[in-house]
Design a protein around this ligand. Sequence first.
Ligand code: SF4
Length: 445
Amino acid sequence: MDFLQGRRAAHFGDRAEFERLRGVGEAIRQYSLARLPELLEQLESSLTAAGVHVHWARTPDEANALFLAIARKHGGTRMVKGKSMVSEEIELNHAMAAQGVNCLETDMGEYIVQLAGERPSHIIMPAIHKTKQQIGKLFQEHIDGVPYTDDVDTLVATGRRVLRDEFRDAKIGVSGVNFMVAETGTLVLVENEGNGRMCTTVPDVHIAITGIEKVVEKLEHVLPLFSLLTRSATGQAVSTYLNLITGPRRPGELDGPREVHLVLLDNGRTQAFRDTAFRPTLQCIRCGACMNHCPVYARIGGLAYGTTYPGPIGAIISPHLLGLEATKDLPTASSLCGACVEVCPVGIPITELLLQLRRAAKHEADPGQAPLVGQATAMDWKEAWAWRSWAWLNERPRLYLLAVALGRRMRAFTPPWQGGWTRHRSPLRLARRGLRDRLRDSTGP
Ligand code: SF4
């Protein structure tokens, strides 16, 4: 995390310049979301005109069914997949494996976690929790004829050799999408390893999947977001590859897929869109900077969150994807220190959203407002009663001081198994000395 923070900081040394660029990024995302329904319609027309098949999926099951139908149509039993967090969200690999279709990860980090049978622990660097020694052992165990080594260059060369053959043999390539351009029907894919380009050009069929919120109106809107994304994510001025995909192979062209599909997934995003208080959640460009700077994420790692998206972005998006009942603890896994807000390149008020989600988990929706899925699921009448009593007591200084004095006397009755905290502490000296003085102060001369 220190390394990633340092790389990002090197690109944003000038705070004023960062704020200016961030303002542009935030404005583009807010503008795009404000026009989301019409931009999606425009996108569908542009893509269809360019020869791309557009599919809409409300749920992960619907999305997986679409993938399966396309695989069956082409007799494909092997898919190669570039990095896509939305495909993680729908658990594409497992869904395809259950139907006899092998979906192989080709991003090096994703390949490693797939071999280990784990989920990514970071949205940009999926295997950041693994050491090179662990990866050396994984390769030795899972790839025929590969001896143990912890030499990173050798490990990368091994992965590259294995994956090359897979690209050649697969009928279907799968990828995510970073941005979609409504006006031109362009799918923008940002990557560093070249595997994304292989997945989207070598197999006969390319299926892209992404969330509905990734659309922008014009190609010129992509450039500031691209600049913010690469600098915030990996501290690069530009990524190694920037793929702009506009339709399948055209007559006379020598390469590219013969068929291109786009699966647009909702999976709770319309809930966040509908409520303007939660809409900024969808501004996210998945750079991962909030995770790299989060003290909680840095200590517990991504797997501890138990959701596809870990860290601060996971805590604000997962309740919409999975419902508040399953995720009510996530918004509380934050110290609200605001480090994530400071670095977010599109100005998402993450701490405010966390507080709103905490409130939604404990309270019914306001009159006239549609409830979130799982709203008030963490409501606890005992806790509500305790806080109301606390507020009531704090508004009455005499009673409050009396209660504090009584509480101190009652410490002697604390059961031994609960007394660990109080055993090693002495009463506040102020309270010991000053009950009468403080009562006098609070009631005036
Ligand atoms: S919330 Fe902001 S910092 Fe975090 S991944 Fe999204 S864009 Fe990046």
